[in-house]
Design a protein around this ligand. Structure first.
Ligand code: ATP
Length: 973
């Protein structure tokens, strides 16, 4: 990390407080929601921030999410409506309620309404970007209600570039400052609109699916573009923004109706020879501009309301996920409840650095929403994250793939060059026979010529490919090796944008758009957004508003006018003279004096990466040549030099021939013939020399032309323009070619898969044919057998025999199986018959027993009746006797009752004994009766059970008999 806020650095010396126990907490529910004394809250939170920072130094340690709050100023509309300030930034780390000074929340940092986005970037985002460049995943997102300033913070405009352009710029600056590593950057840009994922870089990529693999969630089929310069990346964002859903509500004329995620995938590996076998750092930087939550006060209808409910639902899920993550007890985190949380799953679950920038408005009308945002931010602070480097030792990483390809292409080129040089050895060919030699020479010449042409072509193709691949891999243009990661440089220089890069940022700030409008326009027009026309109105909005932002100043006529949203080229708009000179540029952006230095920026092609910030000395820039052009010049000169070498070789060969011819002419009688030959060779030599001279001239011209290139830059706008266009086109072509190659690889894979499948199909077909052949031969053999034809083929006979044998064998096996199952069934049958006999016996025994028991019961009942009658008569006689006896007084009665029982017994011994006996007998009988009745019941149950069993058995027996009968039938057949 290069720049850290000074205040933080100061605080680092203070004892660190664990980020796990944030001391600045609020009780969410209470009306007196505060909590700690403000100063305490601030300092402890500061320490927390310091702890985060320190943790960040060590990869893989626990950090907490960086949470910052950014206030926007009151909008002109709010001022007009006389709204008051409800919340304000109290110092650097606290937000306080104007209405209740005791309500205060503390964060890592709080930015007041005058803070610039650049400052916000330095504190809330820069460490995430530098981490991402080192292989640590990073996510930055802006959260807040509609119109609170999320898009202003994330995207910004030309006057105040947002976090996304600053991050892109910084990423390329870091590459520039890291000469020891090679980088490959890819971008993708998507939106989540009404829970549908759309690719903003590819209009055809609608409703994409979210998938999961071992590395986490990803969007299937999303387009990824390799980027080579900040301008290139920003142009993609601008193009993507054109497709984003934007509409108006009564708080924001250009309200984002979708969440967007801009992802920068960074691969890096050590430069040069050390890179082989070295792990590649791979990380993703997600820059997210959320759609704003909408309060019920938003006057929305139709499509707007639907969008609003989707936005609110996904933000609610985000809130729930964060609440559960910080709960500690939650077992299930509902990431899957919304596309947003699904895509943010790995970031939220703590893989990589996360920075949450909560944008708030101070206005009293939004007080409640602001309070909710503040509570959300406070909860998010408790999420723990793990910042560790992602290293992959994978040859499949794109950068490794390109590096390997470049290496092998270079080797190929080297071989080719050597082959071409060896061509010169032809000069050794010699012979006494001149005619033969001449013939040989002519043949050799033709062959040599065509071979040379082929090899030239191959070489040119190789060079082009190497160039193309090398260009995709970004390296620092600095030659000094000062590894960035080993020793961190001092304060980072400011981010500054070149003309070309600024052209891709929105020109007007949104508030300017709002201010330009009549106040009435802020309230939706009658019927606005009520029907399906919303879409078209959106488009119109986009055209009127956003198109202006993203209108790229073209240099066709040298002067371009940026029209206002109503198409008026009046004074309300700025006339932009396309600059080709520093003076012209300063006219364009009078407010930004720092821009005036970036003259040469536009002269650099989009297709090449060269840091051309205005911080770099202009002198150093002027010495640089357009890399693309320079590469081409070098290659051209290289090719010319090779051709000169070859021609010189040929001249040398002809000279040696000439020498031999002149020697021969001196001794030979056929002088004239030899002299003719010599003249021809001399002509050849002259011609070759002329060619050499012309090639040398071309070489000199090319070199001088390349040296003059810079002089011409800026002086000849049309040439620049053409060059730029050419470079852009060639860059586009390169990227397309890279894409094509990937597609071709995939195609190749599919083709090989297809071939494999075809092979399988053909082998299956063969098997089928074989089987059919066997069958038909068998049938024909059988047929022949039937006819008993004497001309029977022996093979068919053998085949038939074998077939029959196998058939017999099979049948035998079947018979065995059947007989086995038959015997099993017989055994079972036997058992069942035995069981049924036993059951029958039991049933009859039970019947007999039942009969006996019922007889006994009748007998007992009779006895019972008899005894009962006896007892009744005895009682009657006793009563009669008592009533006949003399009357006694009550006292007598009592006395008599008090007489001992023996005396009583003595008085009526037979009566008492008999009564007792009878009662005992009666009891006994009753007991026996109940017992017997119980037994009868049991027997009845038993009988019923046995009858049931018997019935079942009969059914079984019947079944068995039936199946036996079938088997017999089968075996008989
Ligand atoms: N810090 C700031 N300084 C000056 N103006 C700001 C600031 N933040 C926001 N604005 C202005 O406030 C208005 C609303 O901001 P912006 O569109 O960024 O809100 P938003 O949160 O993205 O809204 P939505 O969720 O509806 O898209 C714009 O005109 C913007 O220029």
């Amino acid at each position: 990390m290069a720049t850290r806020p000074k205040s933080r650095q100061k605080k680092r010396s203070s004892p660190l407080v664990s980020s796990k126990s944030p001391s600045s907490s609020t009780t969410d529910s209470s009306s007196r929601k505060v909590l700690e004394a403000s100063m305490d809250g601030q300092s402890s939170n500061f320490e927390e921030a310091a702890s985060f920072e320190a943790a960040g130094e060590e990869a893989g340690t626990t950090e907490s999410v960086t949470v910052t709050v950014r206030f926007r100023p009151l909008s002109p509309r709010e001022i007009r409506q006389g709204e008051e300030i409800a919340w304000y930034a109290d110092g650097d780390t606290a937000v306080r309620s104007e209405y209740n000074p005791l309500v205060v929340y503390a964060y890592d940092r709080v930015f007041g309404p005058t803070t610039t986005t650049r400052h916000v970037y330095d504190i809330a985002a820069q460490h995430v970007i530098s981490g991402a460049m080192e292989g640590i995943n990073g996510t930055i997102f802006a959260y807040g209600v509609t119109s609170s300033g999320k898009t202003h913070t994330m995207h910004g405009d030309q006057r105040s570039p947002g976090i996304i352009p600053l991050a892109v710029k910084d990423a390329f600056s870091i590459i520039q400052e890291t000469p020891s590593r090679e980088f490959l950057l890819r971008v993708s840009y998507l939106e989540i609109y009404n829970e549908v994922v759309n690719d903003l870089l590819n209009p055809a990529g609608q409703n994409l699916r979210i998938r999961e693999d071992l590395q986490g969630t990803f969007v299937e089929g999303i387009k990824e573009e390799v980027v080579l310069s900040p301008a290139h990346a920003l142009s993609l964002i601008a193009a993507g923004e054109e497709h984003r859903h934007v509409g108006s509500n009564n708080f924001n004329l250009l309200s984002s109706r979708s969440h967007t995620i801009f992802t920068l995938t960074i691969e890096s590996s050590p430069c040069g020879e050390y890179c082989e076998g070295e792990a590649v750092n791979l990380s993703q930087l997600n820059l997210i501009d959320l759609a704003g939550s909408e309060s019920s006060r938003a006057e929305t209808t139709g499509v707007r309301r639907k969008e609003g409910s989707y936005i609110n639902k996904s933000l609610l899920t985000l809130g729930t996920v964060i609440a559960k993550l910080t709960d500690g007890k939650a077992t299930h985190i509902p990431y899957r409840d919304s596309k947003l949380t699904r895509l943010l799953q790995s970031s939220l679950s703590g893989q990589g650095r996360v920075s949450l920038i909560c944008t708030v408005t101070p206005s009293s009308s939004n007080s409640e929403e602001t309070h909710n945002t503040l509570k959300f931010a406070h909860r998010a602070k408790r999420i723990e994250i793990q910042a560790s480097q992602n290293k992959i030792i994978d040859e499949k990483s794109l950068i490794k793939k390109y590096q390997n390809e470049i290496r092998s292409l270079k080797e190929e080129l080297e071989l080719l060059k050597r082959g071409m040089v060896n061509v010169g050895s032809l000069k050794d060919i010699g012979g006494d026979d001149i005619v033969l030699l001449k013939q040989k020479l002519e043949d050799g010449h033709v062959k040599l010529q065509s071979r040379l042409e082929q090899e030239e072509e191959a070489k040119a193709a190789l060079l082009e490919r190497i160039q193309r691949l090398t260009k995709l891999i970004l390296v620092s243009s600095k030659t000094t090796q000062s590894p960035r990661f080993a020793q961190r440089p001092g304060p980072r220089r400011r981010h500054s944008f070149g003309e070309e890069e600024l052209a891709y940022l929105p020109y007007k700030r949104r508030d300017m758009v709002l201010e330009d409008q009549n106040c009435d326009i802020l309230v939706p027009m009658e019927g606005y957004g009520e029907n399906g026309d919303d879409g078209s109105k959106d488009k119109k909005n986009r055209k009127n508003g956003l198109l202006n932002w993203f209108k790229i100043r073209r240099r066709e006529s040298g002067v371009t006018t940026l029209t206002s949203s109503d198409g008026d080229k009046s004074s309300g708009t700025k006339s932009l003279t396309t600059p080709s000179t520093p003076q012209a540029e300063s006219v364009n952006f009078p407010t930004e004096s720092r821009l005036s230095n970036s003259v040469t920026a536009e002269s650099f092609p989009a297709g090449s990466f060269h840091e051309h910030d205005r911080e770099l000395p202009t002198d150093s820039l002027s010495l640089q040549e357009t890399p693309m052009a320079s590469m081409k010049t070098i290659d051209h000169v290289d090719l010319l030099r090779e051709q000169v070498k070859i021609l010189s070789g040929e001249v040398a060969l002809h000279s040696s021939v000439l020498k031999r011819l002149s020697d021969e002419a001196a001794n030979s009688p056929k002088k004239e013939q030899i002299q003719i030959e010599m003249r021809k060779v001399k002509d050849e030599i002259r011609m070759k020399n002329q060619q050499i001279t012309s090639l040398e001239k071309q070489m000199a011209d090319s070199i001088s032309a390349s040296q003059c290139t810079l002089d011409k830059l800026g002086l000849s706008p049309s040439y620049d323009e053409l060059l730029e266009q050419l470079n852009e086109k060639s860059f586009e072509l390169e990227v397309k070619t890279a894409d094509n190659r990937i597609i071709q690889d995939q195609l190749q894979q599919k083709i090989s898969e297809c071939e494999e499948l075809r092979d399988t199909v053909s082998s299956l077909k063969q098997q089928l044919v074989l089987a059919l052949d066997t069958k038909s031969s068998y049938i024909s053999a059988q047929h022949m057998n039937k006819e008993n034809s004497p001309s029977r083929d022996i093979t068919a006979e053998l085949l038939q025999q074998a077939y029959m044998e196998s058939e017999i064998e099979e049948l035998k096996q079947k018979v065995d199986k059947l007989s086995e199952s038959k015997s099993q069934l017989e055994v079972r049958n036997q058992k069942l018959a035995e069981e049924s006999a036993y059951a029958k016996g039991l049933a009859s025994a039970a019947g007999v027993e039942l009969k006996a028991l019922s007889e006994e019961v009748t007998k007992l009942m009779k006895d019972n009746e008899r005894l009962a009658a006896e007892l009744a008569s005895t009682r009657n006689s006793h009563q009669r006797r008592v009533s006949n006896a003399p009357k006694v007084t009550r006292r007598d009665g009592q006395n008599r009752r008090q007489e001992p029982a023996s005396a009583k017994r003595e008085a009526t011994p037979s009566y008492y004994e008999r009564e007792l006996m009878l009662e005992a007998a009666l009891k006994d009988k009753e007991q026996r009766e109940t017992e017997l009745q119980k037994k009868v019941e049991e027997s009845k149950q038993k009988e019923a059970f046995l009858e049931n069993e018997l019935a079942n058995m009969w059914v079984l027996v019947a079944k068995l008999k039936k199946s036996n009968g079938n088997e017999h039938d089968n075996s008989d057949s």
